[in-house]
Design a protein around this ligand. Structure first.
Ligand code: COA
Length: 173
């Protein structure tokens, strides 16, 4: 069945990040964290999260082993994806691989192919860098993310488990 886009993407452009984007990207990354928090009670964001995210993104930008692609509606950033190349312990192969850090598209712009386009750009960048294996972490409760990544061929691989001690079932209980 042919998919209809609600709104044409003719004004949407895609480009690599620059330093001036970091402020906005930290705000969008904060929105992403709030979204995860809304579907997963274990995931909680600390006060000052946006500032921490800004610092993290600045570190990635400065270290130059990372790349972010942004989608813009005219000048406004409406989505982004960040990936970095990680060095792994020498006992493990491969010695370096790619890690997708964050992927987020503003809710108003989802399901129009923007996330797919951003992801393809990042995978092409990893390939150019000689990276052959990519990892991504996502919450098992994030069914939309699971579907999205599986379309690219990602398959669940390790499991991280969580326990509330003393029979607690949540942070406030
Ligand atoms: C995951 C996310 C980045 C995907 O971005 P997106 O722009 O919606 O992605 P796409 O539009 O390329 O693809 C999403 C779905 O829309 C469908 N789609 C793509 N183009 C479409 C179109 N033109 N019309 C209708 N549907 C379309 C895709 O087939 C895909 O279907 P799926 O549900 O089977 O995966 C976005 O949904 C998001 O920000 N989610 C909240 C945050 C999040 O969970 N991030 C990932 C953390 S790991």
């Amino acid at each position: 069945m042919k998919r209809e886009t609600a709104q044409p993407l003719q004004n949407v452009s895609f480009r690599p990040w620059n330093r001036r984007d970091i402020h906005v990207l930290a705000r969008l990354a904060r929105e992403l964290y709030a979204y995860i928090e809304s579907i997963d009670p274990v995931w909680r964001t600390s006060p000052g999260a946006e500032e921490h995210l800004r610092g993290h993104l600045l570190d990635l930008f400065t270290a130059r082993h990372a790349m972010t692609y942004v989608a813009c509606d005219r000048q406004e950033i409406i989505g982004f994806i960040t990936g970095s190349i990680t060095q792994r312990p020498p006992v493990i192969l491969p010695h370096r691989d790619g890690l997708i850090d964050n992927a987020y598209v503003n809710a108003r712009w989802r399901k129009r192919g923007i996330g797919t386009r951003l992801c393809r750009m990042l995978l092409a960048w990893f390939t150019e860098q000689g990276v052959k294996e990519i990892r991504i972490h996502y919450q098992v409760s994030n069914q939309g993310a699971l579907r999205f990544w599986e379309r690219f061929g990602f398959r669940p691989w390790t499991t991280q488990a969580h326990l509330w001690l003393s029979g607690k079932s949540g942070p406030g209980t």
